[in-house]
Design a protein around this ligand. Structure first.
Ligand code: C2E
Ligand code: MG
Ligand code: MG
Length: 699
């Protein structure tokens, strides 16, 4: 189909000439309009590809006014025909954006050139318009915010999503510096993030918006965003030049609201790095922070930090006696008090169970670490209220200072652990700073542990016997069997030096059965002599042993093998034995007494000293702990405790035995108070079996 051109010309001859000329050139001329109004009508009827419009027309409307009316409805290129053009007319005509002028009279060559250029220009404009429309549809429909700036960094466009995210309308934002509209801060430091638009404009490179960036919206609310800024480069010529010779005309920012992603990332982070019970950072997070601190202190010699490792005292007992729910509540309350005792820069974390760790950073002096430990002890010393009861606990704290110079966090944690155990061993509620000497001791004790594994099979264990004497007749009524370890390098070790370790490793059970067997066999020999046939034996039994399966079977077997009357045997247990598995313990202990064996509560006064234990378990005697007896003549409090225990024994019909009598004064006091039996260096130290007959003969 040929290109159609509408001619608007009031002079017939000119119009006809034009028509012929155009038809000669291959265009179609579907109509000629003589007046403005006719031109408007024909244009809308015929929708021509171009209009040749005479400016001067007969009637009320001239060509410019007609063109204006047509352009309101149609997108058609208009070329004016004019004979003479005054400035005023030209200015008016320009407002209609004409595609060209033909000055009458003109030649066919000119006509063709003007018409072709006008058609080409119009087609190009059409394509540009389509492109722009396509682009704006894309920008309006994508889910990302798009913002563009000019080369000065002033806003030139915001798409609807960008309007939404920033809170600025495109209208308001236009021409403003990008920093007004695209204000960025860092999520945690809250510092302004250096403007990525400026950077893209100055470097000509794509810039990624840094992680954890937050956009401050127009109403000052905040939204986390991510994505990138790219420079817009303009290339002269048709093909982009690859060598970067184009010049930068602005920047385009593509960004999106990542509130949801960041929330889920945070949730994941919490899950991986926080303890769900106390909400404190967990072991993994603590290790991360510790690694950072160690690296920093290795880079900066004056950077000082400390690690406090805490273990709650008596937690297991509280947990077992009040239940796990109460135990959980205690841990939460402790976490709270630990946070109160530390500064915001410190990392308070729960490593697991009742173990906590605190990383103290940016210390000015080492003294600060001790101050925190003291503050923790003070905070924890107040009672906790659980299940309607007042519960007391405290923590043993091991402290390690970065100034000791560590390469690995494992070494540091190991040393904090050693220091913490040392603090625990020194009595509860204490803190201890690690020193290298301790490590040597820890190594030595682990060596000792290995040695102990072989002590039994190598025949290094021996039973010593300490007399238990009647305070009324001064006669020996029984012997307590106490284990000794004849260590090849260290010489004779007393039970206190290795039994706690044996209890931890479980070796204790093997040792105890061996001691019981050995001591019973020995007792049988002594009883052969008619003089000593009523002599008794006390043997210590660990908690684990009591609740061990078939402990009753083992005991009766040993007794019958040794041919000993069960009435001669008293088993010494501590109150912890009754706490851990009370039902099982009660059942087993009852079976022991059914067998005829006596039960004695050892170290009475140091633990729970619970009346209900005395009622619930078939206890024959109480052993008053050495710590009270030894201080009794100097300390009124200890004396009163001893008096109370003796009184308690009398009331309940339980025999009382005082441990650790070292002086005659102590013995007299005990006699006066009516204590039944006594044991201690005042009478005799624990004796090897070879010296027992000697003792018995002298006594
Ligand atoms: P225990 O049953 O209270 O034993 C008394 C401890 O006090 C013994 O220490 C004894 O040597 C010490 N002792 C006695 N009189 C005096 C005194 O006048 N002054 C001083 N300073 N100490 C005195 P040992 O033998 O080191 O035993 C410590 C603990 O180890 C015992 O405390 C007992 O609980 C445990 N034990 C000892 N032998 C065995 C055993 O064969 N099996 C088990 N499971 N535990 C044992
Ligand atoms: Mg004992
Ligand atoms: Mg004792």
């Amino acid at each position: 189909m040929s290109t159609s051109i509408l001619i608007v010309e009031d002079e017939n001859i000119v119009a006809r000439d034009l028509q012929y000329a155009l038809e000669d050139l291959g265009y179609a001329v579907p109509a000629i309009a003589k007046t403005g109004s006719l031109a408007i009508q024909k244009a809308s009827e015929l929708q021509p590809d171009l209009i040749l419009m005479d400016i001067r027309l007969l009637g009320e409307m001239d060509g410019i006014a007609a063109a204006q009316a047509i352009l309101e409805r149609l997108d058609v290129p208009i070329v004016y025909l004019t004979a003479h053009s005054d400035d005023n007319t030209l200015t008016r005509s320009k407002l209609t954006h004409p595609y060209g002028y033909l000055i009458k009279p003109f030649e066919e060559r000119e006509l063709r050139a003007v018409v072709e250029v006008a058609l080409y220009k119009h087609e190009m404009e059409q394509r540009l318009k389509e492109n722009a429309q396509w682009l704006s549809t894309v920008l309006n429909s994508i889910g990302d915010g798009v913002l563009t700036t000019d080369v000065e960094g002033c806003i030139t466009m915001l798409n609807p999503v960008a309007e939404n995210i920033t809170g600025w309308s495109c209208q308001e934002a236009l021409g403003r510096p990008s920093t007004d509209v695209f204000k960025l801060i860092h999520e945690t430091s809250r510092k302004t993030v250096s403007n990525p638009i400026d950077e893209a404009l100055s470097t000509g490179k794509t810039v990624i918006i840094p992680a954890l960036t937050i956009l401050v919206r127009k109403d000052r609310t905040e939204v986390p965003i991510e994505d990138s800024v790219a420079p817009i480069t303009f290339y002269r010529g048709t093909v982009p030049i690859q060598d970067g010779k184009g010049h930068i005309t602005g920047a385009v920012v593509i960004f999106r609201d990542v509130t949801q992603q960041r929330l889920s990332a945070k949730k994941l982070h919490r899950y991986a790095f926080y303890d769900s019970l106390t909400n404190l950072p967990n072991r993994a997070w603590f290790r991360e922070r510790l690694t950072d601190a160690l690296e920093r202190s290795n880079r900066k010699s004056d950077y000082l930090f400390a690690v406090l490792l805490l273990d709650l005292d008596r937690f297991k007992t509280i947990n077992d006696s009040l239940g796990h729910l109460a135990g959980d509540r205690l841990l939460i309350a402790v976490a709270d008090r630990l946070l109160r005792s530390s500064r915001t820069v410190d990392t308070v974390s729960r490593l697991g169970g009742d173990e906590f760790a605190i990383l103290l950073e940016c210390l000015k002096t080492e003294q600060e670490a001790f101050t925190v430990a003291q503050r923790i002890h003070h905070e924890l010393s107040a009672p906790f209220h659980l299940e309607g009861q007042e519960v007391f606990t405290n923590a043993s704290i091991g402290i390690v200072l970065s100034s000791a110079g560590y390469e690995q966090i494992e070494e540091l944690i190991r040393d904090a652990d050693i220091a913490m155990y040392r603090a625990k061993a020194q009595g509860k509620g204490r803190y201890q700073i690690f020193d290298a000497h301790m490590r040597d001791q820890a190594v030595a004790s682990s060596k000792l542990e290995q040695d102990l594994q072989h002590a039994l099979e190598r025949g290094q264990l021996e039973v010593y016997y300490q007399p238990i004497v009647s305070l009324t007749t001064q006669k020996t009524v029984s012997f307590e069997a106490l284990v000794r370890w004849n260590h090849p390098q260290k010489g004779m070790l007393s039970a206190g030096e290795f039994i706690p370790m044996a209890e931890e490793t479980g070796l204790c059970m093997l040792i105890d059965w061996w001691i019981l067997k050995e001591a019973c066999t020995q007792m049988n020999q002594w009883q052969q002599s008619s003089e000593w046939s009523t002599l008794c034996l006390n043997v210590n039994l660990s908690a684990k042993q009591v609740i061990q399966a078939n402990s009753i079977g083992q005991i009766s077997q040993i007794l019958s093998d040794a041919e000993i009357d069960p009435k001669c045997l008293t088993l010494e247990i501590t109150e912890t034995t009754l706490i851990e598995k009370p039902e099982l313990a009660a059942k087993t202990l009852k079976q022991f007494t059914n067998l005829g064996v006596g039960l004695s509560l050892d170290d009475f006064g140091t633990g729970y000293s619970s009346l209900s234990h005395l009622q619930r378990f078939p206890v024959k005697s109480l052993k008053i702990d050495r710590s009270f007896v030894s201080k009794m003549d100097l300390d009124a409090g200890s004396l009163e405790i001893v008096r109370a225990i003796i009184l308690l024994g009398k009331t309940l019909g339980i025999i009382t035995v005082a441990e650790g009598i070292e002086t005659v004064a102590q013995m007299h006091l005990l006699q006066e108070m009516g204590c039944d039996y006594g044991q201690g260096y005042y009478f005799s130290k624990p004796l090897p079996k070879t010296e027992v007959s000697n003792w018995l003969q002298l006594a």
